[in-house]
Design a protein around this ligand. Structure first.
Ligand code: ADP
Ligand code: MG
Length: 253
């Protein structure tokens, strides 16, 4: 994408679960090269919004467009194929396989049908291509030295980085990260923030769902704050930090 190009257009999306309005006509946009934070107290509707954008949940109303084309209504796989790549809040991995194997197998691990069988159906050239791509992405995020360690032996911080490397395979235009800093120690958070800054310098665009206010403040260009399913405010980190409504929303929980 060209810098500044409108990548993601979330237009009045709504999600009702029975009588509960989990996401109440929320709109925001992401332009190429931006890191946008989506924050709010527990139950605010962040994860639901994330799942509406990535196609994991269907909308009650509204529309999501990506790179100029409407993607709401499409299966999540198709949205991923168009260049939107996501991580999950809980690390998905095979603990007794290496980091490199886990990243290589990423697209199959995410799939619904038999992982190993899918892999066996690949021809040798395709398999080598996937391994090479995984290696490039692991080097890109500074994990070259841990590539051949068993994934289960890594601490949570490097496991989250492994997830990001997996999401980077297939060259996405937009990364969606679901609470990547949750549960990390300070040092690990700093390492993660540095990786995200590096990706931004390379032109990557990122939507970051996060509970940890401090983490998003130092990292994002813009922040969308949600409360009770509604967009409370959108602004720069400074604007958000100075908002009494945001402070009240956080202190009120
Ligand atoms: P957040 O990620 O900001 O903590 P969520 O998007 O997970 O918030 O949840 C928003 C609201 O929607 C909450 O009240 C939650 O209980 C409700 N909710 C989320 N998913 C479902 C579901 N599958 N069925 C019913 N209610 C749900
Ligand atoms: Mg959540």
């Amino acid at each position: 994408p060209q810098p500044g190009e409108l990548l993601l257009d979330v237009d009045k999306v709504r999600k009702e679960f029975g009588g509960l309005v989990a996401v109440n006509d929320v709109s925001f946009q992401i332009r190429a090269g931006e890191i946008v934070g989506l924050i709010g107290p527990n139950g605010a509707g962040k994860s639901t919004t994330f799942n509406l954008v990535s196609g994991v949940l269907s909308l009650t109303r509204g529309a999501v467009s990506f790179r100029g084309g409407r993607v709401s209504g499409l299966p999540s796989r198709e949205i991923a194929r168009r260049g939107m790549s996501r991580t999950f809040q809980h690390v998905k991995m095979i603990a007794d396989m290496t980091v490199l194997e886990n990243v290589t197998l990423g697209s199959y691990l995410r799939g619904s049908s038999g992982t190993a069988r899918a892999m066996l159906r690949l021809d040798r050239a395709e398999e080598l291509r996937l391994f090479a791509e995984a290696e490039v992405q692991l080097e890109r995020i500074g994990m070259a030295a841990q590539m051949h360690e068993l994934a289960g032996n890594l601490a949570l911080g490097p496991q989250r980085l492994m997830e990001i490397a997996r999401a980077l395979c297939s060259d996405p235009a937009l990364l969606l990260l679901d609470e990547p800093a949750a549960g990390l120690r300070l040092k690990e958070k700093q390492a993660l923030a540095e990786v995200l800054r590096q990706l931004k310098r390379e032109g990557m665009s990122i939507l970051l769902v996060e509970h940890d206010m401090e983490f998003v403040m130092g990292l994002t260009d813009r922040i969308v704050v949600m409360e009770f399913g509604t967009k409370l405010i959108e602004g720069t980190p400074d604007e958000v930090q100075a908002s009494p409504a945001v402070m009240a929303a956080y202190l009120g929980t």
